[in-house]
Design a protein around this ligand. Sequence first.
Ligand SMILES: NC(=O)c1ccc[n+]([C@@H]2O[C@H](COP(=O)([O-])OP(=O)(O)OC[C@H]3O[C@@H](n4cnc5c(N)ncnc54)[C@H](OP(=O)(O)O)[C@@H]3O)[C@@H](O)[C@H]2O)c1
Length: 221
Amino acid sequence: MKIFIIGVAGGVGRRIAKQLARSGDEPVGLVRKPEQAEALAANGIQTTMGDVVAMSVDELAEKMLGCDAVVYSAGAGGKGGPEATTQVDGNGPGKLAAAAKRAGIRRFILVSVFPEAWRERHMNASFEHYMVEKKRAETELVRTDLDWLIVRPSALTNEPGTGRVDLGLAKIHTQIARDDLATTITALLRTPELNREIIEVTGGNIAVEAAIDTFKNAKRQ
Ligand SMILES: NC(=O)c1ccc[n+]([C@@H]2O[C@H](COP(=O)([O-])OP(=O)(O)OC[C@H]3O[C@@H](n4cnc5c(N)ncnc54)[C@H](OP(=O)(O)O)[C@@H]3O)[C@@H](O)[C@H]2O)c1
């Protein structure tokens, strides 16, 4: 599989790309800094310079031609103020979906959040804006006719992965290692029959493949 990843130099995107490259797939993506391109190339991951905010839909479509699926794992990460959050977390996925459609790519995985989590904590305005934009991006993707899959991870950590998760339609927001989220997304890329679903994933005790199988089988009943 050839997979186009936005956010390929990020904590989650990089892990997905490395896993794909290790298993003989072809991850590609956009980076914003030359040193990121070099580091990824050393792991067999080809990238080109680009910025999802600055690029047009046509330019994005051209970069992803020939790919089997796209993954949107970019996020402003609180840098650049609310406008960057609006552009990257809110507008970015819809723009990439339009580009995927133009490039003839149907499969689209969006890394989102648990949008209902922490509402009771009365988080600050910047966090609330982030949640609103993530939810807006989900809604925009749901409105497309692509074979989308929205993956909502709980709080991300850099702990080593366990290969085990808890995954389903509605999970409790705890935390999950970026390694395990990447393993889950890589496995979901190999499960195209799961589409037009919103899946919540958090740390747990079920092997990723088994968790996905259980989810898939429950949907069939
Ligand atoms: N942190 C959490 O606990 C948490 C929880 C749930 C969901 N999430 C979501 O999970 C996703 C992945 O998180 P992460 O930890 O991998 O984040 P990360 O390490 O901050 O990576 C985000 C990536 O997005 C890229 N990016 C930002 N703006 C861009 C633009 N305009 N064009 C192209 N690329 C751009 C960044 O590029 P640069 O390297 O050039 O900056 C970076 O590589 C994000 O969408 C985040 O919102 C996070």
